[in-house]
Design a protein around this ligand. Structure first.
Ligand SMILES: [Zn+2]
Length: 123
């Protein structure tokens, strides 16, 4: 059971993230359904941070993005590259995160302008 409110940082990222989960533990054998809607939610978040760090897939070594992009829906914090893992590698997501997406009909909610991203849980 995943009890954090962030997702998408992996042990494989190294350095600061050495205590994060091993991505191989989250790779399943079945695709998440509805995959396209889940990807829309993941990519429709509100931008929290961008760092000029090439994002390379830990599974297939493909370059996913030329930067590391972090999104939020006001509650969860995640990395944009999750969409690659969900659509190409059957990555599983925490149940509570999926329930939230479902509740919002897979449309990431707009966040309040007074929202302070510094209060979000992060690794
Ligand atoms: Zn990949």
């Amino acid at each position: 059971m995943w009890d954090k409110k962030w997702f998408g940082y992996w042990k494989q990222d190294g350095g600061l993230y050495e205590n994060c989960p091993d991505i191989s533990d989250w790779i399943g054998s079945e695709s998440l359904q509805p995959c396209k809607d889940i990807v829309n939610y993941i990519e429709g978040g509100d931008l929290v941070a961008v760092s000029p760090m090439k994002t390379v897939c830990h599974i297939c070594n493909a370059t996913i993005d030329s930067s590391k992009v972090v999104y939020t829906d006001g509650e969860w914090l995640w990395t944009k590259d999750l969409s690659h893992y969900v659509s190409h590698h059957q990555l599983k997501l925490p149940h509570l995160f999926l329930n939230k997406m479902k509740k919002f009909n897979y449309v990431c909610p707009e966040i309040d302008e007074n929202f302070d991203a510094m209060n979000l849980e992060h690794p």
